[in-house]
Design a protein around this ligand. Structure first.
Ligand code: NAP
Length: 293
């Protein structure tokens, strides 16, 4: 259990573990509650691809950044740090495998220690199956891997951050917290050779709906951002196939999506342009949402 005991206006004791076994209080962390002046965005999967596009857009929007990826010392993370700092954002690289739900508490505490606040969570980290295989041959191992990273991890991370946001609401003025789930057109469109991915994203779409429902009572906004075919490392292996399909008209707007397209959309949500639209799905797919005869 995580809790707080207020000692005076500045010092808050954060109780991170209560050992009921010996009825013993363990106070793991004491920190003076230094609230960052600028709003803070936590972005998972920030070091490359869509997450990187989102981090740059949010830095430009006036957010300080906590950038999560499994490796903090990758080239991608270092380049992102330089770019974000050039724009004027503070940058905090954080190592976390999002599927490790037991590791998430410590990460949330580290971010709060650094910044004292979290205004926006972009739950973006996700993986494709290692092997595209027919649904009839899909292995339990691949299913579990994809579900743990794409669904289980983000759901429990959102749960932890939502609780912190609820607590922060009583501490900050003009605080409008937002949680965004990055899903995929695959939450609606079937691909028989990556069923585990489609199933995980369909689950994440419902997670976004359920969180938006529950958190509307807490004045926390929740949105689903649903990208189409975006040019990143994730799609690099199938670039030739999709170049051809896009050339043949798969995407009505006749081009690959870019990380910047998703970044701009999320910046608009973060800016407050959609503050009366909690629970909305924003599909950024160049028209893949158009059903046609
Ligand atoms: P990407 O280029 O492969 O980048 C993935 C990012 O997530 C990297 O920063 C990676 O860094 C991090 N990551 C991977 N596994 C992680 C884990 N277990 N825990 C924490 N971080 C992890 O992927 P992308 O194309 O930008 O995709 C981002 C999100 O958009 C995903 O959820 C994906 O499903 C979704 N999406 C992508 C497309 C597309 O066409 N690209 C379309 C629709 C939806 P490390 O490797 O260092 O951890």
């Amino acid at each position: 259990m995580i809790g707080y005991v207020k000692i005076n206006a500045l010092i808050v004791v954060r109780v991170t573990q209560i050992t009921t076994f010996k009825s013993e209080f363990t106070v793991n962390l004491i920190y003076s509650l230094r609230m960052n002046e600028k709003p803070v965005a936590v972005i998972t999967g920030a070091s490359r691809g869509i997450g990187r596009g989102v981090a740059i857009a949010l830095a430009g929007e006036g957010f300080d950044i906590a950038a999560i990826a499994r490796s903090v010392d990758s080239e991608g993370m270092e380049i992102l740090r330089l770019e974000a700092e050039k724009i004027g954002a503070q940058f905090f690289p954080v190592g976390l495998d999002i599927s490790c739900t037991d590791c998430q508490n410590e990460v949330v505490i580290n971010i709060l220690e650094r910044y004292g606040r979290i205004d926006l969570l972009v739950n973006n980290a996700g993986v494709a199956p290692l092997l595209r295989d027919d649904v009839l041959d899909m292995t339990e191992e691949s299913y579990d891997r994809v579900m743990n990273v794409n669904l289980r991890g983000p759901v429990f991370f959102a749960q932890k951050i939502a609780k912190e946001m609820i607590w922060l609401k009583s501490k900050l003025v003009n605080y409008v917290p937002v949680i965004i789930f990055v899903t995929s057109v695959s939450s609606k469109l079937s691909s028989t050779n990556r069923a585990e991915y489609c199933i995980s994203k369909a689950g994440l779409s419902m997670a976004s709906t359920v969180f938006s429902d529950r958190l509307s009572h807490e004045e926390i906004l929740v949105f689903e951002v649903r990208p189409g075919v975006i040019q990143t490392d994730m799609t690099a292996k199938i670039k030739d196939k999709y170049d051809k399909l896009i050339g043949e008209g798969l995407v009505p707007q006749k081009r690959w999506g870019l990380p910047e397209d998703i970044g701009k959309s999320i910046a608009s949500l973060a800016r407050g342009d959609w503050n009366f639209s909690t629970g909305m799905v924003f599909e950024i797919s160049g028209g893949l949402n158009i059903h046609k005869l």
